[in-house]
Design a protein around this ligand. Structure first.
Ligand SMILES: Cc1ncc(C[n+]2csc(CCOP(=O)(O)OP(=O)(O)O)c2C)c(N)n1
Ligand SMILES: [Mg+2]
Length: 569
């Protein structure tokens, strides 16, 4: 049956199970937009800036595990998507970005709004396509979704010249892809898995490092089984948070620059690391030569390019985390590491890392803890970038699988609000809190209009410290306290929210915190709270840049800790 390229795209998206597209239109993508009303199953959410569309597609994908879709016109529309595409690339998030392109006869002529977006996104996509024939569109869409969502997930871009959207072609949707060069390895090599099991059996101080790959593959039960059977403590990466319940007796927080001191000490002392779906990012390892100096390393990852990239490993296993752990668990005999676990418990006592000092000031850590308490740990937390991100990761306790959404690899300010919007669209029955910085929020604040137009019930907590706080912290510690260009004047965020018809409250004291959070929770729609937090608070613990994990700096003692780390086991 013949149809237009635009119709072929819509038919193909429906066959891929797409429910929602985040986008904003323009001349070269108009034929596709003009066709959308024929497909009411495809919900379109009109964002206010294409960066918002890409992050919203990411938020949707990160929260649901499905492929997120964003759409933009050519030229500036397409280039505005690139930050979100790069963010998805570095954090292995499956999205498909569809861009309009000038009509085929104009390509290469510097036509109005022509930009070589496949060239620009070559290094930040898993793959991209310039579709030059409407007949190829079913195959391209099929492949794009397959590539985005399988193996190590990532972004794929489809560039659609305007006349290809209009061109008529036969529509047959392929039932499978034929990509001889792309066959992700899911099953780990049995001999390597046997070697890993042997090392685990011999280890005295084993440690699991769980990354986002554990979440992507849904290996929660397998991870817990391994940890419990081999009595092996679990430390996660920042993006691995919520792969393992943080209230579990074997959970020892997360490692890295702002991870828990006891987690970093555990890495520095263990004799075996079982790294699962993580890539030894420099914010996690800190100085590589000082990383896990006494440990052999087993590295399970679906992407062979990650093996040996940043640290050398003893037993590489290429495969899907869930599939590999299932096999590995068959070979693990129950064992105990009582002294090692006790050692970690002692470190946790001596270096508590997430205590909050008793203070009359409005501390950002206190705000997060109260959001945790009021939401009873049930919310999906989406963060901005900077101190707010680190405090959210430290002080909300994540027990529910896949409940933290944060820009890890790219560290993209402006990620929070649109990603929260996407997460809420993907999970309408969950409470989604966007915990943002005053600087980060201002980078994509225009998406407040989107959440109003589409009634997306995101709750927004601005940790308003009046600074580009994380950079101020570096100036404070490493640049002689010279606060160059980090002081921010902010608008009255409550008035801004009101101007968008979003109710809000300003909070200036500790007493107001809980009532404000409860008020936000009682509102059916979006709500914004502007927390005027202590301006010059620093994030601790901190491993200074260039230092080893064992050189972690803790909060200078000020006052007696207010709360122990956790009251319930
Ligand atoms: C797009 C972008 N620009 C610049 C940076 C560098 N940077 C990292 S954290 C930060 C400050 C963030 O300020 P804010 O959002 O207020 O968060 P805070 O650290 O104060 O909690 C900056 C400028 C970045 N990560 N992303
Ligand atoms: Mg700030």
């Amino acid at each position: 049956m013949k149809m237009s390229g635009a119709q072929i795209i819509c038919e193909s998206l429906i066959r891929e199970g797409v429910e929602v597209i985040f986008g904003i239109l323009g001349g070269t993508i108009l034929p596709l937009y003009d066709t959308l009303p024929q497909y009411p199953k495809l919900r379109h959410i009109l964002v206010r800036h294409e960066q918002g569309a890409a992050h919203a597609a990411e938020g949707y994908a990160r929260a649901t595990g499905k492929v997120g879709v964003c759409m933009a016109t050519s030229g500036p529309g397409a280039t505005n998507l690139t930050t979100g595409i790069a963010d998805a690339y570095l954090d292995s998030v499956p999205i498909v970005a569809i861009t309009g392109q000038v009509a085929r006869p104009f390509i290469g002529k510097d036509a109005f709004q022509e930009i070589d977006i496949t060239g620009i996104t070559l290094p930040i996509t898993k793959h991209n396509y310039l579709a030059l024939d409407a007949g190829t569109l079913p195959r391209i869409v099929k492949e794009a979704f397959y590539l985005a969502g399988t193996g190590r997930p990532g972004p794929v871009l489809i560039d659609l010249p305007r006349d290809v959207q209009i061109e008529q072609a036969e529509f047959h949707y392929p039932s499978k892809v034929d990509l001889p060069g792309y066959k992700p390895t899911l099953r780990g090599h049995p001999a390597q898995i046997r070697k890993a099991a042997k090392l685990i059996g011999e280890a005295e101080r084993p440690l699991i490092l769980a990354g986002r790959g554990t979440i992507i593959s849904g290996a929660y039960a397998e991870l817990q089984h391994l940890a419990e059977t081999a009595q092996t403590p679990v430390v996660t990466t920042l993006l691995g948070i919520s792969s393992f319940p943080e209230s579990h007796a074997l959970s020892y927080g997360w490692l890295g620059m702002h991870g828990m001191a006891y987690a970093n000490l555990a890495v520095s002392s263990c004799d075996l690391i079982i790294a699962i779906g993580m890539r030894f990012d420099d914010r996690a390892t800190s100085k590589v030569s000082g990383f896990a100096p006494h440990a052999k390393i087993i590295h399970i990852d679906i992407d062979p390019a990650e093996i040996g990239k940043n640290v050398s490993v003893d037993v590489p296993i290429v495969g899907d985390a869930k599939v590999v752990l299932k096999e590995l668990n068959k070979l693990i005999t129950p064992c105990e590491h009582i002294d090692w676990v006790e050692q970690l418990d002692n470190w946790r006592q001596e270096h508590p890392s997430t205590n909050i000092r008793d203070s009359d000031e409005l501390l950002p850590q206190f705000v997060i803890r109260k959001i945790y308490e009021v939401t009873q740990g049930e919310a999906i937390i989406v963060t901005g970038v900077g101190q707010n991100q680190m405090w959210a990761a430290q002080h909300y306790w994540f027990d529910k699988p896949n409940s933290l959404i944060s820009s890890g690899g790219l560290g993209t300010m402006g990620f929070g609000l649109p990603a929260a919007m996407g997460a809420q669209v993907g999970c309408p029955d969950r409470t989604v809190w966007c915990i943002d910085g005053d600087g980060s929020l201002q980078m994509t604040i225009q998406e407040l209009a989107t959440i109003v137009q589409d009634n997306i019930a995101v709750k927004i907590a601005v940790l308003n410290n009046g600074y580009l706080g994380m950079v101020r912290q570096w100036q404070n510690m490493f640049y002689g306290k010279r606060y160059v260009a980090t002081k921010l004047t902010c608008p009255d965020f409550v008035k801004i929210a009101e101007a968008y018809c979003i109710p809000g409250l300003v909070v200036k004291s500790r007493q107001e915190v809980v009532p404000a959070i409860e008020r936000a929770m009682s509102e059916p729609g979006p709500f914004l709270i502007n927390f005027m937090v202590e301006p010059e608070e620093n994030v601790y613990p901190m491993v200074p840049p260039g230092a080893s994990l064992s050189e972690v700096m803790e909060e200078p003692k000020k006052e007696v800790p207010a709360w122990p780390r956790r009251s319930t086991p």
